[in-house]
Design a protein around this ligand. Structure first.
Ligand SMILES: Nc1nc2c(ncn2[C@@H]2O[C@H](COP(=O)(O)OP(=O)(O)O)[C@@H](O)[C@H]2O)c(=O)[nH]1
Ligand SMILES: [Mg+2]
Length: 477
């Protein structure tokens, strides 16, 4: 079987030979390069949902500004590169390097022209965390009508006159909000456009603030996220919702010695004073030098948690505390989900994006468009995506148990064999092979059973094929 991306590369090469229009050729060339570039993942959600903070937490470095400066109104890409470098891509199609400086870590870019002339910014960062995917910070949706919102929507949407610029989306939800769901639905599309359950992960953001920043906030957030995940409408759009306190994650990655010292000094005060100080954010922030900046960096929950951990001697220095903040933030869980859902599926996501460009550049009755269609119809990776979409929009018959297992086998929880078989990450090859063999037999039986509905039989054949794939390449993960 030829590699999916190889088929897509060949198709793009042939298309660029056949096309004469320079504009279309340029688009194909861009699409061709993109096949070999890291996956593009956008962080989307409303203004102040915590997008920029989450990006910083994911990279483990303060990069994206989190105030209301003019650059936060522009779509900004953060990509791996040999040195720090900023390129501004203008709406007229040209690009120019821009000077920047770093204020408290955040990259401050000198635009040198009105912001509305800039299409997007690209910040290169030497970071191993950006090697396999590029993260894209979006300005956010304030309401569905403002200019910034419209630009964000246009950028994320696959439909309309251009293919999506992103391969996958992390969508931040703060509270269950009608407009959040409408936003997600707006780029729901036909199951193979952008922002469908196969390439969207939900984050319940600013999770530490739930329930008034009490110390059990993260547990409360996990319950809320669980409810979101079982919400019918939301589940169809993004089936996984991970609670994350991006602020804690970012602080954990970049905690400074003097911040630890400030917190340790508070922890050393008599208990009654500590309780009094930590009652409200205002009280703590105004109570002494250095405290407001620490509050801004960690939030009230982060300060309360840190003081408690230091008092209880659960942490002894800034490195300990940094680790504890990271552990509480939920960022590691998000990274795992992200790896499983996006990075582990990056080939088919990239192939999908590239084929969307072919669709746009070539007439639908041309031989090459036909070949694009054949790739979509025949490549097993695409078959899996389509079936996942059917399962998740309740359009496949079957028992709940069957559908849940099929979702997993098709890679719904991650593309690695252990994800598909519901085994632990360290399951030995023999156990994986045995489980795959059993699943294969089970699904073959379903596919041949005369009483199975026809759609279920077809889907069962595909699930069996996924099992065969695991048996053929047992070491693949
Ligand atoms: N407590 C708390 N505050 C957060 C968190 N994430 C972001 N914030 C704060 O929320 C505000 C908006 O954050 P920002 O990342 O700029 O949101 P964006 O507009 O979606 O990019 C800032 O003041 C952040 O410090 C979080 O996880 N916990
Ligand atoms: Mg922002």
């Amino acid at each position: 079987m030829t590699d999916l991306l190889d088929r897509v590369r060949t198709l793009l090469d042939r298309a660029s030979v056949e096309l004469r229009d320079p504009g279309l050729r340029a688009r194909l060339a861009t699409a061709r390069r993109r096949v070999d570039e890291p996956l593009r993942v956008a962080i989307a959600g409303k203004v102040k949902a915590g997008k920029s903070t989450l990006l910083n937490a994911l990279v483990g470095e303060e990069l994206a500004p989190t105030d209301a400066g003019e650059c936060t109104r522009i779509v900004t890409w953060y990509a791996d590169g040999p040195t720090y470098q900023v390129q501004s891509y203008l709406r007229d199609g040209t690009a120019e390097p821009r000077p920047f400086n770093r204020v408290g870590g955040a990259v401050r870019i000198d635009l040198g022209r009105p912001a509305d002339e800039v299409d997007h910014l690209e910040v290169r960062v030497p970071s191993a965390r950006l090697r396999r995917h590029t993260l894209i910070d979006t300005p956010g949706i304030a309401s569905l009508s403002t200019d910034v919102s419209l630009r964000t929507m246009a950028f994320l949407e696959a439909e309309g006159e251009r293919a999506a610029q992103t391969d996958a989306v992390i969508y931040l939800l703060r509270h269950m909000h009608g407009s959040d769901v409408r936003f997600l639905e707006s780029f729901h599309g036909d199951g193979l456009s952008n922002g469908t359950p196969v390439n969207a992960v939900g984050v319940l953001s600013r999770a530490d603030e739930i329930g008034g920043c009490r110390l059990d906030a993260m547990a409360a957030a996990a319950r809320v996220a669980g409810r979101y995940a079982s919400d019918e409408r939301l589940r169809r759009l993004c089936p996984v919702v991970v609670p994350v306190a991006g602020l804690l994650g970012a602080a954990g990655a970049t905690l400074r010695e003097e911040e630890y010292a400030t917190l340790a000094a508070v922890a050393g005060l008599p208990m009654a004073d500590v309780v009094e100080l930590l009652l409200t954010a205002d009280r703590f922030g105004g109570s002494g030098p250095g405290r407001q900046p620490v509050l801004d960096r960690l939030g009230l929950f982060g300060v309360r948690l840190s003081v408690r951990l230091i008092r209880e001697r659960a942490v002894h220095d800034s490195a300990d505390l940094a680790r504890a903040l990271t552990a509480h933030s939920g960022i590691d869980r998000l990274r795992d989900v992200f790896e499983a859902q996006f990075v582990g599926r990056s080939e088919v996501l990239k192939a999908r994006s590239a084929l969307a460009v072919i669709d746009e550049c070539l007439p639908s009755d041309s031989a090459l468009a036909g070949e694009a269609e054949r790739i979509r119809a025949s490549a097993h990776e695409f078959v899996e995506l389509r079936l996942l979409h059917l399962i998740r929009s309740d359009r496949l018959p079957g028992t709940d148990e069957q559908l849940a297992e099929m979702d997993r086998l098709l890679g719904g929880a991650g593309g690695a064999a252990y994800h598909r078989l519901g085994l632990p990450a360290d399951a030995p090859p023999a156990r994986i092979a045995a489980a795959a063999q059993q699943a294969l037999a089970r699904w073959q039986a379903v596919s041949e059973h005369p009483f199975s509905a026809r759609e279920l039989r077809t889907a069962a054949r595909a699930a069996a094929r996924s099992c065969e794939g695991m048996l053929a390449t047992p070491a693949r993960s």
